[in-house]
Design a binder for this molecule. Structure first.
Ligand SMILES: O=C[C@H](O)COP(=O)(O)O
Length: 250
């Protein structure tokens, strides 16, 4: 399982760079603009320059409206700024057809510019709270749009977590459907260390975190700490080893 960490700016990206050996993807975000809030192009550029070259930089395009042209142009902006993972939160899409239309525009805009870029279609585990597309439709949406991964996060950061809204069995189906479509499955949403056993068992490819690696576990007032990134990674590795041993013993 890959570890994606979401800094809110250059200072936290430097903390990620310090912990680079423990993480896989640095995900530029602007949390005060929403769960998948988009940061400025110059911040993406500065973070790309600050993070070791072998670590991919991801950028969120925002909690986007159902405006396919606007979103495609924003996604290209993230790619031009140096992100190679482009994440789109389909906040304003009420139906799978709307979400596919938005994602098709993003895939074309990004891949025309950079064919090896990795496009992530993200829905929200707590979609029922904001009236957006069913989270379990994301693998099919991502597949039909030509994206590379389907993701879930939570829209409302009020302490509720991924599994409060989409229980482990449903997340397992999400992962299976993504894999059946040839996609990676990424899961996030106030994930904590105690969720790692389940995320490992169900075959999650990428886990996204912020709060869990911030001081005090607080994604808003805490700052990302390299030592928390290292200990989160150690816990991931422990679960991966335990899971491998259990599977081998069967
Ligand atoms: O993409 C991952 C998100 O930044 C998750 O943030 P969170 O762990 O604070 O919910």
């Amino acid at each position: 399982m890959l570890l994606l960490i979401s800094p809110d700016g250059v200072e936290e990206a430097l903390a990620c760079a310090e912990a680079a050996e423990h993480l896989d993807i640095v995900d530029v975000k602007k949390p005060d603009e929403g769960s998948l809030g988009a940061n400025f192009p110059w911040v993406i550029r500065e973070i790309r320059a600050a993070v070791p070259a072998d670590k991919p930089v991801s950028a969120t395009v925002g909690d986007v409206p159902y405006k396919p042209g606007t979103v495609a142009q924003a996604a290209l902006g993230a790619a031009v700024s140096g992100a190679t993972y482009i994440k789109v939160g389909l906040y304003g899409c009420g139906t799978p057809d709307q979400a596919i239309e938005v994602m098709r525009g993003v895939v074309r805009a990004v891949k025309d510019f950079r064919p090896d870029a990795f496009v992530v279609a993200s829905g929200y585990a707590d979609a029922h709270r904001i009236g957006c597309v069913n989270p379990l439709a994301l693998p099919d949406i991502a597949h039909r749009a030509g994206a590379d991964a389907a993701m879930l996060d939570t829209a409302v950061k009020d302490g509720t977590r991924l599994f409060d809204h989409v229980p482990p069995d449903a997340c397992a189906r999400f992962v299976q459907q993504a894999h059946a479509a040839g996609l990676l499955a990424a899961l996030a949403g106030s994930v904590k260390r105690e969720d790692l056993a389940t995320l490992t068992r169900i075959g999650t490819d990428i886990v996204g975190v912020r709060g869990a690696v911030c001081e005090g576990g607080d994604r808003d007032t805490g700052r990302i700490q390299p030592r928390l990134v290292a200990s989160f990674r150690a816990e991931m590795d422990r679960h991966a080893q335990e899971f491998a041993a259990t599977t081998a013993a069967r």
